[in-house]
Design a protein around this ligand. Structure first.
Ligand code: FES
Length: 511
């Protein structure tokens, strides 16, 4: 206990007072024979509570936006966040206040309780404030994201989605921005808010208890059979047996790439799941492994659509191509290319060039595809559904490619699967490009300034729903990585092995 004299009773009788004990600023109130002390700054927007109104019921109203607080314990009875209340008493004509700082445990408990409320109500403002409070209590603000992942784990009916994937990118961006608090709070709040958005008003969808021992082939088979109980219980058993994401990752990647499915999302999510575990630690594994297993069950199978019926036989043919001896030969960039042309090109390219070189050429073709997008299709309202195409049809070619590079560099036998799906992205958009678009005006001569502008846009995007911002984020992250950047910042020592040797439309990784 650390009781200090805050004022004389006579002074307080004249009206509420503010007692300063840096960094504390405490407002004092007297109601009858009782005295109360609470933080002077309203937890909503910081206006002075000393100028509030106190009723006979000892409830304090902040006059700016009508939040109401119980003076006795600081509980907010109308509005949102609680205000900190301090024990106070009268002794020898003075008001004494106990300014003992709460223990780290108590501060953490209270802040996470507030964050949970914000999460359940999807209250973005409060999410930001509670994350900032973690920082000011000397706690780790990234704990907010760890908790949010756990809270959302069983409320995602169809498993992992963009919120989990975006969390990895927001966190990565946050860490690249240095120690300044505000951008870090923004990034973490965006990540937590998207998880809250996807969980909002969702009932729980529990996972089964641990089942059969985790086995790569059996897991892939369970996904193939769309046997949710078998896949989820096997993943749960893997965790219970002490396996980590790294132990199970290859099986998840195999399942994600087993078919042309889900518009490339499955592999993107796999990569982001691994990044989250790398950044946040083993404690969050359950919150990504189980939703990932569930996601894989529910993926759409585009290779069953007539347009992509060539996918399965093409994959079989590609798997039989022996790895060429030539180490450096880079094939011509296949642009423009229809779907059959892209598949034929891939077969020829893999017969004569290493997969890394084929990857580079395909990535460049996908970038050109996007530059040539005929935006008239994106705004048309009278096209048939089959010609309903927008920017995302093109950006996913790039974000999926990023996942292919990361995955297939680690598991080379998956190169044919990844490259074939890249070729599918290239070919499927062939009918929606404008060959006459001048790419010169899109040339980026100053990558630093370009990515800085994207960072600034992301930190103040003003977009209605998190799904919009997260697509800009993941596209920028993928393009940045292709240019050898980390967190959209130039970091040459971490450039990937498969960073294109030639710049993509002028975007260079310069030291
Ligand atoms: S600042 Fe107090 S209610 Fe808004």
């Amino acid at each position: 206990m650390s009781w200090v004299r805050a004022a004389s009773v006579d002074e307080l009788d004249a009206g509420p007072l503010v007692f300063h004990r840096p960094p504390l600023q405490i407002s004092l109130f007297r109601v009858g024979a009782r005295v109360f002390a609470v933080d002077n700054r309203c937890p909503h927007e910081g206006y002075p509570l000393s100028l509030g109104h106190v009723g006979d019921d000892c409830v304090l109203t902040c006059n700016w936006h009508n939040w109401k607080f119980r003076l006795e314990d600081g509980e907010c009875v109308l509005g949102g966040d609680n205000v900190r209340a301090y024990p106070a008493r009268i002794e020898d004509g003075h008001v004494l206040v106990d300014v003992t700082a709460p223990s780290a445990d108590a501060a953490r408990r209270e802040t996470l309780r507030g964050l949970r409320t914000a999460f359940d109500e999807r209250d973005f403002g409060r999410t930001c404030r509670e994350i900032a409070r973690l920082h000011f209590h000397g706690l780790d603000p990234e704990d907010a994201l760890r908790e949010a992942l756990a809270w959302s784990e069983d409320r995602l009916e169809f498993g992992a989605g963009h919120a989990m994937a975006g969390a990895a990118d927001w966190l990565s961006l946050s860490r690249s921005l240095g120690p300044e608090l505000e951008p870090r709070v923004i990034c973490l709040s965006e990540a937590v808010d998207h998880l809250a958005f996807d969980s909002l008003r969702q009932p729980t969808h529990p996972y089964p208890a641990p089942g059969a021992r985790f086995d790569d082939d059996a897991f892939v088979d369970a996904i193939e059979r769309e046997d949710a109980a078998a896949a989820e219980s096997m993943a749960a058993r893997g965790l219970a047996d002490g396996l980590h994401w790294a132990d199970m990752e290859e099986a998840f990647a195999r399942a994600a790439l087993a078919h042309y499915n889900d518009f490339g999302h499955s592999l993107i999510y796999c990569v982001k799941a691994g990044q989250l575990v790398d950044m946040l630690g083993d404690g969050i594994e359950r919150a990504v492994v189980l939703p990932m297993a569930r996601h894989l069950i529910y993926t759409t199978r585009e290779d069953r659509i007539p347009e992509f019926k060539a996918y399965a036989p093409a994959l079989e043919a590609l798997r039989e191509i022996p790895r060429p001896a030539a180490a450096d030969r880079r094939p011509e960039v296949p642009f423009p290319a229809s779907l059959p042309a892209a598949i034929d090109w891939l077969h020829a390219a893999l017969s004569s060039s290493p997969p890394e070189a084929v990857y580079d050429a395909l990535l460049e073709a996908l970038a050109l595809n996007m530059l040539h997008f005929d935006t008239g299709f994106g705004v048309a309202y009278d096209n048939p559904v089959s010609r309903n195409v927008g920017w995302l049809d093109f950006t996913h070619g790039l974000t999926f490619s990023n996942a292919v590079r990361r995955t297939c560099s680690r598991y080379p036998r998956l190169w044919p699967h990844g490259l074939l799906q890249m070729a599918c992205f290239l070919g499927r958009n062939h009918g929606f490009i404008d060959a006459d678009v001048s790419t010169a005006e899109w040339r980026v001569d100053d990558p630093d300034a370009f990515f800085r502008s994207i960072r600034e846009k992301l930190l103040d995007h003003g977009m209605r729903e998190p799904i919009f911002a997260v697509h800009l984020l993941k596209t920028a992250a993928a393009v940045g990585a292709a240019c050898g950047l980390v967190g959209f910042r130039i970091c040459p020592q971490k450039a990937s092995k498969t960073t294109p040797k030639r710049p993509i439309n002028g975007c260079r990784a310069t030291p």
